[in-house]
Write a protein that binds this ligand. Structure first.
Ligand code: NOJ
Length: 560
């Protein structure tokens, strides 16, 4: 696939785990052949990139983010040839493939850890990991998995020492002060890059180094290493992407772009919960606040924006008060709360209300950045808060109303996790086949919003500027790129809103047309006046004659 620079700005990313998508050998666990068999479905959704979660040998105590061998494929999912086929078949459909570089830590089952324990103190092999005899070291560093781990240190009987881990105690952190560790990371990257992947998600990247007296996060040493990794990537594998997972406040997050010499993309973690806050409070304030606080980023970089993913909806980047509000309003069931977040999918967070699910997606697909869609959310899949850890949002993809939702032919009790079977979200109702047959389904609408987005480079590449609505429940902004100007107007509230919007374009006169419904609104003297239904949103633009066919199509389908 041609490696055009900046391709990720026009990307729409679909996140998938091989395990969860489709099982073809009847063992109850998804596999590469299954994922390959569903590539047409993924392409037809309109996305153009897939992010495949870790598929390496692993005890799977952290769903594969606990890697026991970086250079192989978990045999349960297939063989390396299957990955090669996946990449080839994806590319043949113009889909790029991003995989994972989980380099902060390994599994305790990785041979490096066994070797480290046996190696003499002070040797390079011992120092592949971070050891101490004094667990008071690095005191005050926050614990990320606070529901599971009392400390970032765990005691190892064999060495009589403590080892450092920012996540589960079975995930010892690698020691980036050791040049041999760094050399291994370069080799791992070379190996997968040579396989033809289009980029890497850098898991848990802020935590690579430890220094006394600091938070051990976002350290200058970590940034220096990333610059090294990036310059190596650019030299050896030009065009490949780094997507950082740095769950930080905007200023610290933006630092992972460096001066365009660290990561190409980074998730906008602080924006995500504020989309939910704004909706529940019927107040655009939280979104305005965080976007105003977001620094300009280098022109060659891009935010990755998302509504949900495989983890809990994290509330680390909000105030205590907002976290409490989110918990009370989106997770009244204590069981749904985990660590500092909520383990639910989009549709259950939205009480299965299609208007709100669409509104959240309309924000996702029009805010500044590259959108990510979490598998299953495009059909409104439910979750299961009674499963362990974050498993409730990682259940099998629902393809049809048959055995195991069409995910697997295995005995239902042999599935890696049960399919969703509660009354409201039962897989017999919510599945791809049913969604295909219903012209008003979320799935059809998702395909439509994605296809509309793809016609305007402004969404991925354009400037972002707020327009001023006279009511706090109405959020409005411009996305502009060259001749494209799109005005997004969103009613965050559940009541009808009459609103006047100052477009911040003095004297602007035009007929603006909604890209979804074809509804027309006149802008006069730099203002529009309109009425918005509960949770209604508009993507307004000056009509382009070449889009007439699309408008017709829309009117015929009436999928609003
Ligand atoms: C971030 C991943 O998203 C999460 O699923 C995982 O548990 C942690 N990194 C630790 O690897």
């Amino acid at each position: 696939m041609e490696r055009t620079s900046g391709w990720f700005k026009d990307a729409i990313i679909y996140q998938v785990h091989v395990k969860t998508y489709r099982d073809t050998n009847g063992d109850g666990i998804g596999d590469f052949s299954g994922l390959i068999s569903k590539l047409d479905y993924i392409r037809d959704l309109g996305v153009n990139t897939i992010w495949v979660m870790p598929f390496y040998p692993s005890p799977l105590r952290d769903d594969g983010y606990d890697i026991a061998d970086y250079m192989r494929i978990n045999p349960t999912f297939g063989k390396v040839e299957d990955l090669q086929t996946l990449i080839r078949e994806a590319h043949a459909r113009d889909l790029r493939v991003i995989t994972e570089l989980v380099i902060n830590h390994t599994s305790d089952q990785h041979p490096w850890f066994a070797r480290a324990k046996k190696a003499p103190a002070g040797s390079s092999h011992r120092d592949f990991y971070v050891w101490t005899d004094n667990p008071e070291q690095y005191q005050g560093v926050r614990i990320i998995f606070r529901d599971f781990e009392p400390s970032n240190w765990s005691f190892d009987e064999e060495t009589g020492l403590y080892y450092w881990h920012r996540f589960f105690n079975h995930q010892p952190d690698l020691n980036f002060d050791n040049p041999e560790v760094q050399a291994e990371i370069f080799a791992i990257m070379d190996y997968w890059a040579s396989m033809g992947v289009d980029g890497f998600r850098l898991d848990a990247i802020p935590y690579l180094y430890e220094r006394e007296g600091t938070s051990c996060e976002n350290l200058p040493e970590t940034h220096a290493f990333l610059k090294k990794l990036r310059s190596y990537l650019d030299e050896k594998h030009p065009g490949l992407l780094f997507l950082a997972e740095a769950n930080m406040w905007p200023e610290d997050s933006a630092a992972y772009f460096g001066e365009g010499d660290e990561c190409h993309m980074n998730y906008h973690f602080p924006l995500m919960p504020r989309l939910y806050l704004a909706l529940k409070k019927a107040d655009r304030g939280p979104i305005e606040y965080i976007l105003n606080r977001t620094p300009q980023i280098p022109a060659t970089c891009q935010w990755a924006i998302f509504l949900r993913c495989h983890d809990e909806l994290t509330l680390e980047m909000v105030t205590d008060e907002d976290r409490q509000f989110m918990w009370e309003n989106y997770s009244p069931e204590p069981r749904a709360r985990i660590n500092l977040g909520i383990r639910k999918r989009l549709s259950t967070l939205m009480d299965n209300d299609l208007r709100r699910i669409k509104l959240m997606n309309a924000l996702l697909f029009s805010m500044p950045g590259t959108p990510l869609v979490y598998y299953g959310d495009e059909i409104g899949m439910g979750d299961n808060i009674w499963l362990n850890d974050r498993d409730g949002v990682r259940t099998p993809m629902q393809w049809n109303a048959g055995l195991n939702a069409g995910f697997s032919e295995a005995d239902p009790s042999a599935l890696y996790l049960p399919v969703i079977a509660d009354e409201e979200f039962h897989f017999t109702k919510i599945n791809v086949e049913a969604a295909e047959e219903d012209p008003y389904s979320l799935l059809h609408w998702m395909r439509r919003i994605i296809s509309i987005r793809k016609q305007y480079a402004a969404f991925g590449r354009g400037d972002f500027n707020f327009a001023e609505a006279d009511h706090p429940s109405v959020l409005s902004y411009w996305r502009s790129y060259g001749v494209e100007n799109i005005l997004v107007v969103v009613n965050l509230s559940q009541v009808l809103q009459s609103t006047a919007i100052d477009l911040n374009k003095p004297g602007f006169q035009a007929v603006l047309e909604d890209l979804f419904s074809g509804r027309r609104i006149h802008a006069e003297n730099g203002q529009i006046k309109t009425e918005l239904h509960p949770f209604e949103f508009l993507w307004l633009t000056e009509p382009r004659p070449e889009l007439a066919v699309l408008v017709e199509d829309k009117l015929v389908l009436g999928l609003d």
